[in-house]
Design a protein around this ligand. Sequence first.
Ligand code: MD3
Ligand code: FE
Length: 196
Amino acid sequence: MRLLPGFLSLVAQRHLLSEVRHVLACAPLYSPAMPRSGSPYSVRMSNCGSLGWLSDRSGYRYSPTHPVTGAPWPPIPHPILDLWHETTGAAYAPEACLINCYAPTARLGLHRDQDEHAKDAPILSISLGDTALFRLGGPDRKSPTRSFRLGSGDLMVLEGPSRHWFHGVDRIAPGTSQLLPEGGRINLTLRRVTVP
Ligand code: MD3
Ligand code: FE
């Protein structure tokens, strides 16, 4: 795992945020349901890219269309693709950009990202808005964990073994960024889904 704290200037963060707002105007945030129970996540989600990550009662999967509007996901904006190539060095493009929107009280339980066929491809995380208290574990649910903060403009590249480790967001620290007028946090997670 490579943490790139403060990678994005405030100007770059604002620019990225306006790109994200354009995507959300076309692919609105929705509240996904957890598999089996159907209880809602506290995080609202949307996607851009040829494939978007979905969760509903029947499970997790990638879909080319929005679950509510039925429309194809909008393309990943160029500045976001540029960040992928610049930070991962990958020759191939990401297919999915998951947009996670955290209200001040939202959290994301400990889990692994394992719905992608491209098991060796890196994952890029881009944080905007209030600081998240992030938890990174290890290969097993019981592995020891460590916590650190992801602030606005921080990037994280998951590659090598850590790509498959347990992780989650324990909480959002309110009032730690002025970027989002409504408060809270937006995280962009870029992934390759099919084997490149
Ligand atoms: C560590 N999102 O959407 S992104 C997710 O901040 C997710 O919204 C978090 O976990 C968020 O699945 C964390 C950073 C991240 C992404 C993938 C990882 C961290 C990871 C894969 C392995 C280990
Ligand atoms: Fe994850």
